[in-house]
Design a protein around this ligand. Structure first.
Ligand SMILES: Nc1ncnc2c1ncn2[C@@H]1O[C@H](COP(=O)(O)OP(=O)(O)OP(=O)(O)O)[C@@H](O)[C@H]1O
Ligand SMILES: [Mg+2]
Length: 275
């Protein structure tokens, strides 16, 4: 249950989590035959799977497999051209992205969207204000203490105290990823989509990032796109492997580990790198 890991990080200010049981029952995400076509290109085609509340889920696949396009369909950045997206039991297929944020969905991007000239603290403050801003709720919150308190709580949760006044431009690549993940925690998320957070990191930075992910409170489910098979399989409960826009296989890390088709795709990656 929720107590298993949530005590490893301080509770976040600025939102009640309600009862643990309520958050951990049911499905966080259901994809029903989701497709996204760009002209004649079937970037994703007929993808279906379910992520349970609090579950940690991996999406694997070589370059161009459709992983980021799938995230865009889930968040509403590029809605699906066919199929249905269900978030916490509610059909959100036609809802705009900010309505999905309001329901507890967050994401990080493959390319950093941090404000490089601003400090760690100011970037986190903007994330806090972003999810609480007028466009995301009917009532525009005052700019005062609650946002500041939530910002300081997030700095502590992300273990970024020592870097709070440092401009992003002066952070290492790993520290920037740590900051992006911390920003995704603003405003009581229930499901976070991480798009290749470990890309470009050193082996030591990767280990720290994975520790940060596995240390997240258990009521927060996540879906992680990760290129490295070993890393992905070490942090998730279940996996979907995509290839050329379609589902190749679903399974537990153990099942994926011994699947010959998966290994064939990863071995043949060089030839599949460009479409
Ligand atoms: N906005 C777009 N317009 C046209 N084609 C697109 C668009 N976005 C993605 N595609 C195409 O859809 C396919 C899937 O791309 P996507 O970025 O989802 O792959 P990916 O699995 O995330 O790859 P990578 O591992 O390189 O990040 C590719 O052929 C890509 O060129
Ligand atoms: Mg991608």
């Amino acid at each position: 249950m929720i107590t298993a890991r949530s005590d490893t990080l301080p509770a976040q200010a600025g939102g009640s989590h309600g009862s643990a049981a309520g958050f951990l029952s049911g499905n966080a995400l259901e994809l029903h035959a989701v497709s996204r076509h760009f002209g004649s290109l079937r970037a994703i085609d007929d993808v279906s799977f379910t992520v349970r509340a609090g579950e940690r889920y991996g999406v694997l696949g070589s370059n161009g497999a459709g992983k980021t396009t799938l995230f865009n369909a889930i968040t509403g950045d590029f809605p699906p051209t066919a199929g249905r997206v269900q978030l916490f039991g509610e059909d959100v297929t036609t809802l705009p992205a900010h309505e999905r944020v309001r329901r507890g969905l967050r994401r990080t991007y493959q390319t950093s969207l941090l404000f490089r000239e601003l400090s760690v603290r100011d970037n986190i403050f903007l994330a806090v204000r972003g999810v609480a801003a007028g466009r995301l709720s009917l009532r525009r919150p005052a700019a005062g203490a609650p946002s500041r308190e939530a910002t300081e709580a997030l700095i502590a949760q992300g273990r970024l105290q020592a870097l709070a006044d440092t401009p992003v431009a002066a952070l290492s690549h790993g520290q920037q990823r740590q900051l992006e993940i911390t920003m995704a925690l603003a405003g009581s998320p229930r499901l976070i989509l991480f798009d290749e957070p470990a890309a470009g990191l050193s082996p030591a930075e990767r280990r720290e990032l994975m520790a940060l992910l596995t240390g997240l409170p258990r009521h927060i489910g996540f879906v992680i796109i990760e290129h490295d098979l070993d890393i992905a399989l070490s942090v998730v409960d279940r996996v979907t492997v995509m290839h050329n826009g379609r589902v190749l296989v679903h399974g537990t890390p153990e099942e994926i580990q011994r699947n010959d088709d998966v290994h064939a795709i990863y071995m043949g990656e060089g030839r599949h790198a460009h479409h």
